[in-house]
Design a protein around this ligand. Structure first.
Ligand SMILES: [Zn+2]
Length: 497
């Protein structure tokens, strides 16, 4: 009897231990552990098209399944058609100083033509104005009602090594298709394509993408390639994504590929043959960054992450599951690692936790810069981490500040005069502010607060208020006044000893 009871108790203990083990195993391992939105609750894009590299033309059609979750009736739907910014020199999203970098061979025309719009299969009334496409909903679309918007379009890439364009070896498709504007309590956000910053704001959606292109091309893309075959004398790719806030892809005939796993995520490095050594280094940095940020902030929920060397003069650029990296950075290992850590941190701050990058650009950029320093401290130790902080953030800030005052961190994109001022105020001063906060609340608490911030705003758009709430709730202290004081400080921040 005793024995049996003991056996019974042991059995319960074993079962409990097993259950606990399973819980910890799955909660820490599974990238898909976070609750994901159902396909019916967020927009779904089905995009199909053919790319003609010789002319730089992409001919496509897009079906958007949209359910009105905005809580009030809508009369119109608005889409960004960013390629239209590339129509004219005056509206091209480049400042005068960077014009030559953006167009090394002179201005090159790019754009988008919307050729047909259907609403639930019926021709719709639509209008394009600048970078906005307005689709009339034929009366009102009530809350919880769904509509299918079909858009046919042709885009032309400019000869430009930017987010949207082509140059020597790569065709960069960033911000290229009609994407829904965000509707929130301020109404529709129909911001133009500003020349400074990453002037984007979008909601989470699912994407299916089917692409036809000449067979010799290699595709790097947001999401996962689920099918690849020869068809009609071309290559056909089928891509599916998880819940992401944008969709980008890059094509090249010259890509070399290396891959590795970070947990269940396939990390892929696309590089050019002359950069084999740093192509490997890029892969390793990306893998380490995905692992570290997942552990610190919360899981990277996607099955792929691609780091793509490109003809891209802007350094690095984040898109969901894919980052563009200037191929010239593959000449300098440390700078390359810095930019990759930065762009990878954006998968959390911009990607999984979004924000209005026009109204509050500091919110993703400063937190991303701060996370980049955390990455270096983690992998190279405190001393080298501090050196990186000084060399990449503190000293460049001081240097800028000697010549001109940066002004406050927290500003709308339209309030910056040029890239250097934007960089000094948003990235550098923004990261310095977060380091100051860290001095006051401790590094473990900062990381914990970012973890709380991630989980609360997972797949949503966040604001400064959410950021402050995460800090306050983690520390049990009200830092609101201090944070706003630093964000609004015109002059240099008062640094604690
Ligand atoms: Zn950034």
């Amino acid at each position: 009897m005793k024995k049996r009871q003991l056996f019974f108790i042991s059995l319960i203990v074993i079962i409990l231990l097993f259950a606990l083990g399973c819980y910890f195993f799955f909660s820490s391992r599974q990238p898909g552990r976070e609750a994901l939105p159902s396909v019916n609750d967020i927009p779904r894009y089905e995009i199909e098209g053919e790319f003609f590299p010789d002319s730089g033309v992409f001919s496509g059609k897009e079906m958007v399944y949209y359910k009105n979750n905005e809580g009030e009736p809508l009369k119109e739907l608005f889409f960004h058609i960013y390629p239209n910014a590339f129509n004219k020199k005056e509206t091209a999203p480049f400042t005068a100083e960077e014009f030559e970098l953006a167009y090394p061979e002179g201005f090159s025309w790019g754009g988008i033509a919307i050729t047909k719009v259907l609403l639930d299969g019926v021709p719709a009334v639509f209008k394009t104005e600048g970078t906005i496409l307005a689709v009339n909903l034929n009366g009102e679309l009530n809350p919880d009602r769904e509509v299918k918007v079909y858009i046919e379009f042709k885009i032309k890439l400019p000869k430009s090594p930017g987010r949207f364009g082509y140059f020597k070896d790569t065709y960069n498709f960033g911000n290229w298709y009609p994407i829904l504007c965000v509707y929130d309590k301020e109404g529709w956000h129909k911001d133009p394509y500003y020349k400074i910053g990453d002037p984007f704001y979008s909601d989470i959606a699912y994407y299916n993408f089917t692409l036809y292109a000449p067979s010799e091309y290699i595709l790097a893309t947001t999401g996962e390639i689920v099918e690849q075959k020869e068809e009609r004398g071309k290559k056909k790719w089928v891509v599916k994504t998880g819940p992401v806030r944008d969709f980008a892809f890059v094509m090249s005939k010259e890509f070399k590929i290396k891959e590795a796993y970070a947990g269940k995520t396939r990390v892929i490095s696309y590089y050019f043959k002359e950069d084999e050594e740093n192509g490997k280094k890029a892969l390793e940095a990306a893998r380490k960054a995905i692992n570290y940020f997942s552990e610190a902030f919360g899981p990277y929920i996607y099955s792929t992450y691609s780091v793509v060397a490109a003809d891209f003069y802007m350094g690095g650029m984040e898109y969901p599951n894919l980052v563009l990296i200037d191929r010239n950075l593959y000449k300098d290992g440390l700078m390359l690692e810095y930019v990759i850590a930065h762009e990878t941190a954006h998968q959390w701050w911009y990607g999984m936790v979004g924000n209005d990058e026009i109204k509050e650009p500091w919110l993703d950029e400063a937190v991303t810069e701060y996370s980049t320093i955390l990455y270096f401290e983690k992998h190279y130790g405190k001393r080298q981490g501090s050196e990186i902080y000084e060399n990449f953030i503190l000293n460049p800030y001081k240097f800028y500040q000697m010549a001109r005052n940066t002004g406050p961190i927290m500003r709308h994109l339209s309030e910056f005069n040029d890239w250097r001022e934007y960089d000094a105020a948003v990235y550098k001063k923004g990261a310095i502010m977060l380091k100051e906060l860290e001095k006051r609340i401790s590094k473990p608490k900062m990381i914990k607060a970012l973890n709380v911030y991630y989980h609360r705003n997972f797949l949503r758009n966040s604001t400064v208020e959410e950021f402050i709430r995460a800090i306050n709730d983690t520390t049990g202290t009200d830092f609101r006044e201090l944070i706003f004081k630093m964000l609004r400080e015109e002059k240099e921040l008062n640094l604690a000893a």
